[in-house]
Design a protein around this ligand. Structure first.
Ligand code: ADP
Length: 268
């Protein structure tokens, strides 16, 4: 039951009692639980066949390449690319179920922040021919956290920057340290976000509505998962944006050890 109440006063200002109401939300909670359970089961069931198809396509591609049938191998490779997208969508759904049930696992350890960013930028540069991913790195340091999960956030932010800036030719990745926090900002020159939508983009299933929705596919989960991961790691995540000009998504995490170099003239 969700209770709300207000104190009541007589004309002479003395307290006379409370008037309150109590709304039974058992039904609502059950529905939410059923929805979470369904998403969990469905995504789990989808994962197994997709993993199996992926294994077959990889074998097929190797066989075709061996035979010199490059055109067919290219088609299989594109299929593999789409399967990667599908795997990542299913992964997002599974993560959301885990977050909602408090079961998202973290394996925290020390890692060098800039090394992780560098590695991911290299991988993601291969996914876009249009955009040059420009590294503006300042020395960071060691972070204590789940490297894979934090990597997932960085990948999400860079993938979004690529997706939502179809006419731009660059994306700038800034890293630095300030006030014992390591920060990363991804600056794009894409479609941007209207001011009144800015605080909503981190909500579960939220997508900026409009014609754009068809142009840019997605489930509206990446930023929600990213913000949950960063919060869990004791950090913060935020965005600044100008509609039609571009967005800058940033996050900051507590630094494990003090670094000598604290030069970061970008990140405020
Ligand atoms: P998805 O991209 O799958 O829709 P996200 O949770 O990653 O889900 O993003 C939520 C919404 O925030 C997107 O639908 C989009 O409208 C907006 N958004 C995210 N990143 C950017 C960006 N770099 N530029 C403009 N809009 C963005």
């Amino acid at each position: 039951c969700v209770a709300t109440g207000r104190p009541q006063y007589r004309n002479n200002g003395t307290f006379s009692g409370y008037i309150g109401s109590c709304v039974d939300i058992t039904e609502q909670k059950n529905l939410q639980q059923q929805k979470d359970d369904f998403i969990g089961i469905a995504s789990h069931e989808l994962k197994t066949p997709v993993t199996s198809i992926k294994a077959y396509t990889q074998v097929l591609e190797r066989m075709l390449l061996k035979k010199g049938e490059t055109k067919e191998a290219g088609m299989i490779s594109r299929m593999d690319g789409q399967l990667n997208r599908l795997t990542s969508l299913i992964g997002d759904l599974l993560d959301v179920t885990k977050i909602n049930s408090g079961k998202l696992q973290f394996n925290d350890r020390d890692f060098e922040f800039n090394d992780l960013v560098k590695e991911l930028v290299e991988d993601l540069q291969r996914t876009t021919e249009k955009h040059k991913l420009i590294e503006k790195f300042f020395p960071t340091g060691v972070v204590f956290g789940d490297k894979e999960r934090i990597g997932q956030v960085i990948t999400n932010l860079i993938t979004n920057a690529i997706k939502y800036s179809p006419h731009a030719d660059k994306i700038i990745i800034h890293t630095g340290v300030k006030n014992n926090e390591v920060s990363l900002c991804i600056e794009d020159f894409g479609i941007g976000i209207e001011e009144d939508k800015l605080n909503k983009v981190f909500e579960q299933f939220y997508r900026v509505s409009g014609d754009m929705q068809h142009t840019f596919p997605g489930l509206g989960l990446g930023l929600y998962i990213s913000s949950e991961i960063i919060k869990r790691e004791g950090g913060r995540i935020w965005v600044t944006s100008k509609h039609g000009e571009g967005s800058t998504f940033c996050f900051a995490l507590p630094l494990k050890t003090k670094t000598k170099a604290l030069r970061s003239d970008y990140i405020g």
